[in-house]
Design a protein around this ligand. Structure first.
Ligand SMILES: NC(=O)c1ccc[n+]([C@@H]2O[C@H](COP(=O)([O-])OP(=O)(O)OC[C@H]3O[C@@H](n4cnc5c(N)ncnc54)[C@H](O)[C@@H]3O)[C@@H](O)[C@H]2O)c1
Length: 258
């Protein structure tokens, strides 16, 4: 039996990159998905590409009413809800001394508050219906280490790790599992600078596994955490980064033994 047969998942930020690839693979593994995104054109196109097992819902994760409507739409369309992937993000790169309040809020509102609001909306449905659930939140290597010129992003992604642990503990009694993944550099529209072959090669060279990540690398980790294979995993964090986050000592000059 396919892993997600009779299961339904909402994927925010599902119109692009890691979210879109997770949606494709969830359906390939027997499930049905709702692509929740502010980009209606792209989100609709991804849902059409996937077929009848996918639907698009215009969800703005920074708006609690929109999150609640997304859950209601999902249940009205597919009859149930089993999983949630919080992949939506907006960036606001700048040195912290120059970062405007508007740019700070943009990143935090979507990345951290949006993860809170969407998880809360899904969890309320699960708790009210005594249904188990699984949530996977997209953090980042940037949530583990400060990320030069992306201070709002790093702070947001560190918050996502703690928020996932907090939800995981609070909701264990409801059989709702909440975990985070920390991707390293992954080739998506968000990281369009990696289309430059020189940049991509240079990044591959500093990655222990010798290549940059692809959306499918991250999607497979997300699907594991959504599935019953991870039924004993909650409040946990999975790094999917080719070893990058543990490679600090690879960059120390003066090593004598390699
Ligand atoms: N690509 C990487 O290198 C990388 C690395 C680490 C972590 N991540 C994380 O993975 C997740 C997905 O990244 P990606 O590279 O696929 O990004 P992406 O830019 O390809 O996709 C992000 C999606 O979020 C949507 N979005 C923006 N604001 C929204 C809102 N208010 N409500 C709903 N949707 C909204 C966008 O329309 C877009 O479709 C993000 O959380 C990102 O921080 C990515």
């Amino acid at each position: 039996m396919a892993r997600f047969e009779d299961r339904v998942c909402i994927i925010t930020g599902g119109a692009s990159g890691i979210g879109a690839e997770t949606a494709r693979r969830y359906v390939r593994d027997g499930g049905r998905v709702v692509i929740g995104d502010v980009d209606e054109a792209l989100g609709g196109a991804i849902a059409d590409e996937i077929g009848d097992a996918a639907a698009f819902a215009p969800i703005d994760v920074s708006d609690p009413d929109s999150c609640a409507s997304g859950v209601a739409f999902t249940v009205a369309t597919f009859g149930r809800l089993d999983g949630l992937v919080n992949s939506a993000i907006r960036m606001g790169p700048a040195p912290l001394e120059d970062l405007s309040l508007a740019d700070w809020n943009k990143v935090v509102d979507v990345g951290l508050t949006g993860t809170f609001l969407m998880t809360q909306a899904a969890g309320r449905w699960w708790i009210d219906n005594e249904n188990p659930g699984a949530v996977v939140n997209l953090s980042s290597t940037g949530g583990l280490h400060p990320y030069n010129l992306a201070g709002a992003y790093s702070t947001t992604k560190a918050g996502v790790i703690m928020l996932s642990k907090q939800f995981g503990l609070e909701w264990a009694k409801h059989h709702i599992r909440v975990n985070a993944v920390c991707p390293g550099h992954t080739e998506t529209p968000l990281t369009a600078y990696m289309r430059d072959p020189a940049v991509k090669q240079a990044r591959a060279d500093v990655t222990p596994l010798g290549r940059v990540g692809q959306p499918e690398d991250i999607a497979e980790g997300i699907l594991y955490l959504l599935s019953d294979d991870a039924s004993y995993v909650t409040a946990s964090t999975l790094d999917i980064d080719g070893g990058m986050a543990r490679s600090l000592f690879n960059h120390m000059p003066g090593r004598k033994w390699d």
